[in-house]
Write a protein that binds this ligand. Structure first.
Ligand code: FAD
Ligand code: DLZ
Ligand code: SF4
Length: 521
């Protein structure tokens, strides 16, 4: 390398060879900087498997870049002199390489964006921040879509994304004559259904080294580093995609909302960790799903349902994050203040549905969408858990969790903490919903059909307690007209019975000790 190089920092969730910061660079005058730093491994106490995933995928990606001819300066967590932050490491690398400028793809998180903006003043060289073109909807386009709309509903955004990408379109019309086949996607699963085993990717030498590092350095974090089978390279993620398309996608739609005890993954894709790291390209993934439908191998409700999750929900969530930050992180429209219960970490609760969701989360750093939304999220909503504590938990425990995608899902979709910007009504449900969509209730300590009293399913009384205590804020919501009408028809005795039952249950909740999700102090 002759002239002063440009430094290209690549962050841990930017593991894509087509990254915008690399696109106009050549290996001849570029140094790629990758940094394992304490600030990122520690901003929440990540699940051990998530740490293994991110650090191992980073190390594999660095090796691939080197093999492709790039100069990669890789700072490992244990390197002497590691300053512990992106800002510190970029400053050190600028000096080390005599860099003439820094070029970086915009980060996924607000916190990191703020740090990168500060480099413009602190580094003394030119800093270019480029858009993240791995997302299909550029942020300015999302902001333009949102501007002037009273309601920012995902469904309308999704239709625009179908037109923009041409996915599942015949000219300007949706294939099959409908945009959305969601009503076909609400099947309960028969108890003897056996979904295919998820693909397991055996750890190689790099991953094993990271597992040892994580086990030694992050031993007190949730979960374990030993049980690890996520793909950590683009090639392995492709194999995970192949498995999904052939083994899971055909029934993905039908059982998308179903839950069975011990069946931790059902027919879900298990692709969010790889997508969010950049190991898979979202558009290419959707094109492969569309091709399966066009070849007649999967039904339309499966292909459409899956593509909607990616070009619809995933893109919309990301747009909403940047639209609503920084306020979203502190949002608490329903003024919920209850601390996170300890059983969210231990799994020790007689509520079978919650015990099962915490267990799969601990074992796999994974729970599927309905477990996250309608069991964990629904409980947090009904029990009035403080949104920031719930968000910290979700950010820490899942292999696919980054704030840009976790926070709008938690604060917006699950907790209504944003006052309904993201979802037109709270996703609140009693035990009957969980009973309909799962086999959990049959072996639960509580009785799902019983409404009140110590043996009754706690979701039943909590549901009415939630509506009653939030009446001033929610009764005007047209989509809640029916439940409020039912509540008012009940009469004072029945209402009091529900409220007393809920209060008695809430009084039993033991708060988690501080320090599970964020280092205490
Ligand atoms: P599938 O169910 O098979 O869906 C396919 C893909 O669609 C996913 O891989 C994902 O990329 C995308 N997708 C589906 N729903 C959403 C959504 N609501 N938002 C964004 N993308 C979506 N997803 C994350 O990636 N990271 C998170 O931290 C996260 N936190 C969540 C917290 C809560 C409270 C809720 C309700 C949802 C959260 N989700 C999150 C969304 C969704 O639950 C996960 O993307 C999904 O469970 C990942 O598993 P999968 O790959 O098997 O997904
Ligand atoms: C999640 C994570 C972790 C645990 N560790 C690192 C790290 O050491 N170095 C790194 O570059 N990225 C890491 N990440 C991912 C970052 O947190 C993520 O890239 C930013 O938050 C921007 O979204
Ligand atoms: Fe969950 Fe209630 Fe069913 Fe028990 S009875 S599994 S607490 S919904």
């Amino acid at each position: 390398m002759t002239a002063a190089p440009v430094l290209v920092p690549i962050l841990g969730d930017q593991l894509s060879p087509g990254l915008s910061s690399l696109a106009d660079r050549s290996p001849a005058d570029t140094v790629v900087l990758m940094m394992e730093v304490a600030e990122e491994t520690g901003y929440v106490r990540h699940h051990q498997a998530k740490l293994v995933l991110v650090l191992s995928a980073m190390r594999h990606f660095a090796a691939e870049l080197r093999a492709a001819g790039w100069t990669v300066d890789y700072v490992a967590l244990d390197d002497p002199g590691n300053s512990g932050s992106f800002t510190g490491e970029v400053a050190r690398a600028v000096a080390r390489h005599g860099a003439r400028g820094v070029q970086v793809t915009e980060p996924g998180e607000w916190r990191v964006r703020e740090a990168i903006e500060s480099w413009r003043d602190s580094l003394g060289v030119r800093v270019r921040i480029l858009p993240d073109t791995r997302f299909l909807c550029p942020l300015p386009d999302f902001f333009a879509w949102a501007a002037g709309r009273r309601e920012l509903r995902m469904e309308y955004f999704y239709r625009d994304m179908r037109r923009r990408t041409g996915l599942l379109m015949e000219g300007d019309k949706p294939v099959g004559g409908r945009w959305n086949f969601d009503v076909e996607n609400r099947g309960a699963a028969p108890a003897d259904l056996v979904p295919p085993a998820p693909p397991a990717f055996a750890p190689d030498a790099i991953t094993r080294e990271v597992q040892a590092l994580v086990a030694a350095r992050f031993a007190g974090h949730f979960g374990t580093a030993e049980r690890f089978a996520w793909p950590v390279t683009a090639a392995a993620a492709e194999r995970a995609l192949d498995h999904f398309l052939t083994e899971r996608l055909p029934l993905f739609g039908r059982y998308q909302d179903a839950m069975l005890a011990g069946q931790d993954t059902m027919y879900h894709a298990l692709l969010a960790p790889a997508l969010n790291l950049g190991l898979l390209d979202p558009l290419a993934v959707c094109r492969r799903a569309e091709a399966e439908w066009r070849a007649g191998r999967v039904p339309i409700e499966a292909a459409e349902g899956f593509i909607r999750q990616i070009i619809g929900w995933r893109e919309y969530i990301r747009g909403m994050y940047w639209l609503e930050m920084p306020g979203l992180a502190a949002a608490n429209h329903l003024e919920a203040t209850r601390p996170l219960p300890e059983f969210w970490w231990t799994g020790e609760t007689p509520m079978r549905c919650l015990a099962e969701c915490v267990r799969t989360t601990r074992d796999n750093a994974y729970a599927h969408h309905i477990q996250r939304l309608m069991v964990l999220g629904n409980f947090a909503l009904l029990a009035g858990l403080r949104p920031q504590e719930v968000a910290d938990w979700f950010l820490a425990v899942y292999a696919d969790a980054y704030e840009w995608v976790e926070l709008p899902n938690v604060a917006g979709m699950a907790l209504h903490a944003d006052g309904g910007r993201l979802a037109s009504k709270p996703y609140a449900a009693s035990g009957a919903y969980i009973d309909r969509m799962s086999d959990y209730c049959g072996s639960c300590h509580y009785k799902v059909k019983q409404k009140t009293g110590p043996e009754a399913c706690p979701f039943n009384a909590l549901y009415w307690h939630f509506l009653a205590r939030n009446e001033a804020k929610l009764a005007g919501n047209a989509r809640l007209f029916q439940p409020y009408a039912t509540w008012r028809r009940m009469g004072p005795d029945k209402q009091a019975d529900y409220l007393a039952s809920a209060e008695a249950f809430l009084a039993t909740l033991k708060p988690a000790r501080p320090g599970w999700a964020r280092a205490a102090g």
